[in-house]
Design a protein around this ligand. Structure first.
Ligand code: NAD
Ligand code: GLY
Length: 365
């Protein structure tokens, strides 16, 4: 088991990464919490696979657990479900020293974290992520939220976990589509932050597809290290943390047009990254060969879904509804070569260029 600290002063916490470490959760939690009560938030699918192991491990260390199950799906990451869990917390007379623990992917994690942030002005929160996306991205950094009918993650908070327990063996039961969807968030770290990590992914593509255990551990560890480094510099996204949104503004518009059912979040991020790469090419930030390297890697990993044929103007309008708007300008993250980035504010006058990038991503040239 490897331990990676996220250094945020008094909110510092550890990410534990290992194989079959779910059963150690109770022992790890005892190191940071004296409570006896834990509210575990999950969904029926994940809970039937890993709930017993987790609850047994908590029980062994004297934690009493209550379970709140939400239905499976992004469309349930909403206020209504949050209120149901809050009601359960009130019914169970959860006290301020209790812990809320998420067992599942990014959806369960974001919802549970949101409840933890607001119940009695904030309870300790623990993430036990079970999808690749959650293990490399959403469980780290403290962004918690629910969706609003008019926009994704519109209502939320920054609420750092007290610890994150990443058991990579849980990925063995993950559907291939969900696994591949998580790879989009992994590659983003290479594209905008660390060229060497991008090369690591290129050199290990076959092992990654096969979920080679050693390679997976390294992939998760390095992703969490990069994310922690960025979050440590800018916890509340006043600056550099925005680069983690590569492809997200395009992607959120696609997710919304697909009514959150057509595409996985990670798939939409890959589509958005393609559009961002074409825009970067047009702006002279990216060489043609670098664009091809990115597209080729997506292809080799089997995460090249192509940009859907929605009306580009509609995609653009959807992008304007995103949170990443500053002074009515779209804030886009673009790759500058491989391993570096540019944060750019595009005004209405740049609409043509953005639409052209969407069209190029749709045509794939
Ligand atoms: P998800 O949570 O919906 O999980 C995908 C599917 O996998 C679900 O059907 C789930 O039940 C199933 N599943 C989970 N673990 C499993 C396992 N081990 N075995 C079998 N099935 C399993 O989706 P996701 O891709 O993990 O997360 C997407 C969400 O994360 C989005 O809402 C997105 O906005 C959010 N997100 C948040 C952040 C953040 O910083 N907070 C970052 C990135 C993404
Ligand atoms: N996934 C974006 C962030 O955590 O900032």
């Amino acid at each position: 088991m490897r331990e990676l600290p996220v250094k945020l002063g008094e909110r510092t916490y550890s990410i534990f990464i290992g194989t079959s470490i779910l059963g150690n959760t109770g022992e790890l939690l005892r190191r940071v919490s004296g409570t006896y009560k834990v509210l575990v938030v999950s969904n029926p699918k994940v809970f039937s696979l890993y709930g017993k192991k987790l609850l047994d491990s908590l029980g062994e260390r004297g934690f009493e657990s209550i379970t709140a199950l939400m239905p499976d799906g992004e469309e349930f990451k909403n206020m209504e479900e949050a209120i149901k869990i809050l009601n359960q917390a009130v019914d169970a007379k959860l006290e301020r020293n209790a812990v809320i623990m998420a067992l599942g992917g990014g959806v369960a994690g974001d919802l549970a974290g949101f409840v933890a942030a607001i119940y009695q002005r904030g309870l300790d929160f623990v993430q036990v992520p079970t999808t690749l996306l959650a293990q490399v991205d959403s469980s780290v950094g403290g962004k918690v939220a629910v969706n609003h009918p008019r926009g994704k993650n519109m209502i939320g908070a920054f609420h750092q976990p007290r610890m994150v327990v990443i058991d990579s063996s849980t990925l063995s039961t993950l559907a291939q589509r969900d696994y591949l969807s998580g790879l989009g968030e992994v590659i983003k770290y290479g594209i905008i932050y660390e060229a060497e990590f991008f090369s690591f992914i290129e050199n290990n593509a076959e092992k990654i597809i096969k979920k080679d255990e050693g390679c997976l551990q390294e992939l998760i560890y390095r992703s969490c290290r990069i994310k922690s480094e960025i979050v440590e510099q800018d916890e509340k996204e006043m600056g550099v943390r925005a680069i983690l949104n590569l492809g997200h503004t395009f992607g959120h518009a696609v997710e919304k047009l697909g009514e959150y059912q057509e595409y996985r979040h990670g798939e939409a991020v890959v589509m958005g990254t393609m559009a961002a790469a074409y825009l970067a090419l047009d702006m002279g930030l990216l060489e043609q060969s670098e664009l091809e390297r990115i597209l080729e890697l997506f292809k080799r990993l089997g995460i090249s879904p192509g940009f859907p044929s929605y009306d580009p103007a509609q995609v653009y309008d959807g992008m304007l509804n995103d949170k990443k708007i500053a002074n009515k300008k779209l804030r886009l993250i673009l790759p500058r070569g491989i391993g570096d980035y540019l944060i750019t504010d595009t005004a209405d006058k740049d609409k043509k260029e953005v639409i052209k990038a969407i069209e190029r991503a749709q045509k794939g040239k």
